[in-house]
Design a protein around this ligand. Structure first.
Ligand SMILES: Cc1cc2nc3c(=O)[nH]c(=O)nc-3n(C[C@H](O)[C@H](O)[C@H](O)COP(=O)(O)O)c2cc1C
Length: 301
């Protein structure tokens, strides 16, 4: 069974899951390649008997660059794929949306996996509700999934079609949230980034880490967020905090937003699907990551 895992990952959690799933598959079949979404040759995908595609959850769904990647794939009729993601509090429609789009390419989706992880976004209080994840317990589930999916796919190929899983049912509220954060709406509501030319050292970390080639820092004027998937990873990786924005509108949504996230996570705890690794009552809305970065920036000046 020739297998490939493709992943998109910024802060490394999806990559960790991908590596462990790969290890599990190798234990069963002796082989599994691993590649980033940016490096994969999509014309060679038909050569694989099983392909895994993984990404983080952004705004209750797969990041728009991942969505575009799937929509741009060639015909993959009857090929077997599995989908996986890492996420903070709520994975939303991610796996279902990826699966539906892959099915439009003719793919048979044979597995789903998700893993809780930390979340780092400028406007969120930090530590956040899922800080501490993934721990060794979470990571072991990725490893186990790798073994399981390899074995399951072998049996499906051998004729046990009943092992092809139905996607998890999607909570209607998740669909609404994902719709609320559509590409068009994010274009309207999300903060625009400003560049502080005096601080910028032209290291190009922001540009080189942009997953959609949306930054040209040396252009005059600099091209920022064109296009943009609102990951704000450029802000996060800037070593001198030269990229900033007005986050207040987003920050003011935090208390209500986090009350709902807390509700979902409490339900997940009750079902034995999640464990808090921080004190959820200690969330500090006045201590967002952006404010922490600002303090560090001042400390550097
Ligand atoms: C822009 C952005 C939006 C996010 N939206 C969500 C979300 O809607 N639900 C969620 O559970 N986690 C969300 N997260 C958290 C990420 O899914 C989580 O940190 C993920 O593990 C990151 O994966 P990576 O390390 O592979 O990049 C978001 C993170 C970012 C940066």
């Amino acid at each position: 069974m020739k297998t490939l895992i493709i992943y998109f990952s910024q802060t490394g959690y999806t990559r960790q899951a991908a590596e462990l799933i790969r290890d599990g598959i190798v234990e069963v079949t002796g082989q599994c390649e691993l590649t980033t979404m940016a490096d994969v040759d999509t014309n060679k995908l038909v050569d694989y008997d099983l392909v895994g595609l993984g990404c983080p959850v952004f705004y209750y769904q797969e990041p728009f660059n991942v969505r575009d990647f799937i929509d741009g794939l060639p015909d993959l009729k009857d090929k077997h794929w599995f989908v996986f993601c890492s996420h903070g509090s709520v994975m939303g429609i991610t796996l279902n949306s990826m699966s539906e789009r892959l099915q439009k390419k003719g793919v048979i989706v044979v597995g789903y996996y998700d893993m809780y992880a930390d979340a780092t976004l400028a406007f969120i209080p930090y530590p956040t509700l899922t800080t501490g994840h993934p721990d060794s317990v979470d990571l072991e589930t990725a490893h186990v999934f790798g073994r399981e999916i390899a074995g399951r796919n072998q049996r499906i190929v051998a004729g046990e079609k009943n092992l092809i899983p139905a996607p998890e049912p999607v909570d209607e509220e998740w669909v609404q949230n994902a719709n609320f954060f559509s590409r068009e709406i994010l274009d309207q509501i999300m903060p625009r980034i400003q560049l502080d030319r005096d601080s910028c050292t032209n290291c190009l970390d922001c540009q080189n880490n942009c997953p959609v080639n949306g930054i040209d820092i040396e252009a005059d004027p600099p091209r920022l967020q064109t296009p943009c998937i609102y990951c704000y990873y450029c802000v996060e990786v800037c070593p001198v905090y030269a990229l900033d924005s007005d986050w207040e509108a987003m920050e003011s949504m935090n208390p209500d937003h986090y009350a709902r996230l807390r509700e979902w996570l409490d339900k997940a705890v009750a079902k034995g699907e999640f464990r808090f690794l921080m004190d959820p009552d200690s969330l500090d809305f006045d201590n967002t990551l952006r404010k922490q970065w600002e303090r560090q920036r001042k400390g550097k000046k």
